[in-house]
Design a protein. Structure first.
Length: 255
């Protein structure tokens, strides 16, 4: 998406080229949608690093290659954490295995050819190119040491990520390994609010059940106290009756 930054010997690895992250709102929405849903998918795996629009420097020598900023990249085997750029030689030599590009009208054929060559040269295993305007998807997979374009994409599933791609008549749909669709930020926020509301309702119901249980327990305790009091009164009455019978017997009166 971004043009290569000018080489500056005083700052050989700049972290920004000053260009916007996306050329238009649709491109930005797709970038965020893919990145955030992948973050959610791999949230529990500390060794999957996911980034959007981050400069990837494959080698220290900028004379050999400048950086590229994939729209979204996934580096499996690298720890999560903040980075100003992805310097491959500082990442155990691990290249991002999966890369996504979302096209906009500003992307030229030459630019995309250069990116394909970069990803091919420096070890990307899966490369996905989605163009929202004509609703087309390209899938490139590394085979025999080269990225090769796949021709059979119906129900394509990423070998590395386990996510499934489906082109409908209007848009691209992506599903996680459990079959749940990737959702927009708004949809994720709505689901989070719904989940929070359901959790609050469950807590309220649990509190009500606890209150009813406490009331029932209190009533049972009161009934137990009343029963004990009735038993004590009955024993007192029996004792009085026995004492009265003894006094009458002492007087020669049979009760």
């Amino acid at each position: 998406m971004n043009a290569l930054p000018h080489y500056d010997p005083d700052d050989p690895y700049p972290e920004s080229d000053g260009q916007p992250m996306a050329e238009n709102t649709e491109q930005y929405e797709w970038l965020v949608k893919i990145k955030e849903n992948l973050e959610i998918l791999f949230a529990q795996d500390p060794n999957v690093f996911i980034a959007g629009d981050l400069f990837w420097y494959p080698v220290p020598d900028r004379r050999i290659s400048g950086p590229v900023a994939p729209d979204v990249m996934v580096a499996i085997g690298r720890p999560k954490g903040r980075r100003g750029s992805y310097k491959q030689w500082e990442e155990g030599g691990i290249a991002p295995q999966v890369v996504f590009e979302i096209l906009s009208p500003a992307n030229s054929a030459m630019e995309m050819a250069d990116k394909l060559a970069f990803y091919d040269t420096f070890g990307v295993e899966e490369y996905y190119v989605y163009d929202p305007s004509p609703n087309t998807l390209e899938v490139w997979l590394r085979q025999d040491g080269r990225l090769r374009r796949m021709s059979h994409l119906r129900g394509w599933t990423s070998p590395r990520l386990g996510i499934r791609f489906a082109l409908t008549g209007e848009t691209l749909e992506i599903f996680d390994p459990q079959g749940q669709p990737f959702r927009s930020s708004v949809e994720l926020a709505q689901r989070a609010r719904q989940a929070a509301s359901l959790a609050e309702q469950a807590v309220a119901r649990a509190d009500e059940a606890d209150a009813r249980a406490e009331e029932a327990s209190a009533r049972a305790a009161q009934e137990s106290i009343r029963a004990e009091q009735a038993t004590a009164r009955a024993e007192q009455e029996r004792d009085r009756a026995e004492r009265l019978a003894e006094r009458l017997h002492a007087l020669g009166i049979e009760p």
